[in-house]
Design a protein around this ligand. Sequence first.
Ligand SMILES: *Cc1c(COP(=O)(O)O)cnc(C)c1O
Length: 428
Amino acid sequence: MLYQRSSQLFVEAEQVIPGGVNSPVRAFKAVGGTPIFMKRAQGAYLFDEDDNRYIDYINSWGPMILGHAHPAVVDAVVKRTQLGTSFGTPTALETQIAQLAVSMVPNIDKIRFVNSGTEACMSAVRLARGFTNRDKIIKFSGCYHGHSDSFLIQAGSGASTFGTPNSPGVTAGTAKDTLLARYNDLNHVTELIQANPEQIAAIIIEPVAGNMGCVPPAEGFLEGLRSLCDQHGILLIFDEVMTGFRLAKGGAQELYNIKADIVAFGKVIGGGLPVGAFAARAEIMNHLAPIGPVYQAGTLSGNPLAMAAGLAMLQSLNEDVDIFKRLDQKTAYLEAGIHKIMQARQIDYTINRVGSMISVHFDAAPVVDFQTAARGDNPRFKKFFHGLLQGGVYIAPSAYETWFITDALTYDDLDFTLNAIQKVSETL
Ligand SMILES: *Cc1c(COP(=O)(O)O)cnc(C)c1O
């Protein structure tokens, strides 16, 4: 494939946009090479500025679960656009999508819409702090909750139980309120709670981690967190920005039958427009302004175009009784095919999968947390990525990302993908 126009566009973009991109992972820094500029997308396919076609396994990092340019979503947005694009007043549409979301997701009475997953997680944590009158939170290494200050934290050194900033610009003052725990390690969480008695407002977690590749919760791990939270008056925040409306109608809460206290959403809930949301039972949500003391706001929050796209998306998912089963089956087919190829080639690998979240790690040992995820063979992943790209298959340009499966994929597309993987496996 040739990328002449993409390369030219990247040179131009770099002049006026830092690194040429508006979000760092798009920049191909982890895999090398020049990012590809897309022109359009339809169903399971992306088409770039040089008119190359790719089967898309990023799907805008999750939202396009029904495929690109889905007619229900496109129609809804086009119709709404003609009525005006933003009012800064309430609209009936917001209540409609809120009612639907509350009916689909367990354990929530009220929901507030924001503009991104970052905002949703940031606001969920503020709400938890306001509700509990405590300052500290526990997050897990390798979990991503957006780029707000409290989450850009790495584990402190040695015996210190508090985190340290992992980006310049995050203050030590902020970092000291975020404690880092190892994913799937209940003992570590217990230790942190004991070292900070009655100071922890919330534990925030991706119930299935998707930002260190896919890392499922170990048997009993989420249940253990739930009971620790109950014992210590801590709120359990499920960051379902990736898992929500993907693993099941009711997300990971439904799949694992665990009640979270606050749930954050993004990605699928916006149907490809910039939307996030957070939700909880009424007792907690009523702490929010304007009825409660915890401030939270947004000029474009609940924007009619975004709500129209989100509503069309949620309606489509809600009405399709087989959608999550179909997604699971397609992903299982892909998984089985990759197992066969890797085993035949005797490549060291691990595949993690929950429903339509899947990732291939180039290491034979189980991947259960950030440390084990980081052991993957990165040079091999780079080859894998670029080989697939050349073969017309677009996976995320980082070994730390989940593949996102869309219902628009046909079994022919999956076979095409497996063929491309077969070919690239011969070069690994
Ligand atoms: C993508 C993601 C976010 C951040 O959402 P943005 O819309 O990019 O701000 C937060 N949490 C999880 C689990 C995510 O996957």
